[in-house]
Design a binder for this molecule. Sequence first.
Ligand SMILES: [Fe+2]
Length: 182
Amino acid sequence: MKLRWSHAVLLVRDMEEMIGFYTKVLGFEVTDRGPFPAPDANGAEIVFMSQVDTDHHQIAFVDKKRDGNPPNSVDHFAFRVDSLDDVKLMDKQLAEDGRVENRLPLTHGNAWSIYFKDPEGNGIEVFCDTPWHVQQPQGTIWDRDKSNAEIADETRRGFESEARFGPIEDFYAKRASELKDR
Ligand SMILES: [Fe+2]
């Protein structure tokens, strides 16, 4: 199994200032934005940005840093693996290692992910793409004990009525064509 760098999600104080800098100066484009899908979101928004055709987001911001809290700026770092089997294998390795207390299996419709914290509390996501793209943000639990076919079926049924649901190849092809002339 290979973990390939995909994206970082940062906690920010001033969303519009950060978006302005990352879009106008660094050349990113906002690819999606919406309410942060977490129980402790407290009204926070997540904004996704990318400037490549290989990742829906290379960086995302959550405006959850209020009055200097939390003191860290990292929500999570994310690594892509090649398959759902690899995500399940990573989950098993983490369970066997025993140091990680909570392993959260979330699907965003376009990804099957395991979220956990490293020994110093940094958030980590290991995920693979699903066969689909769907408007973000999204987040529901997927069942690690089910077969890959059952998981895929549940994910498709859970997201197919959501906006911009479609084959992930179409999403990547559209992004590639949009970015070609830049
Ligand atoms: Fe992520």
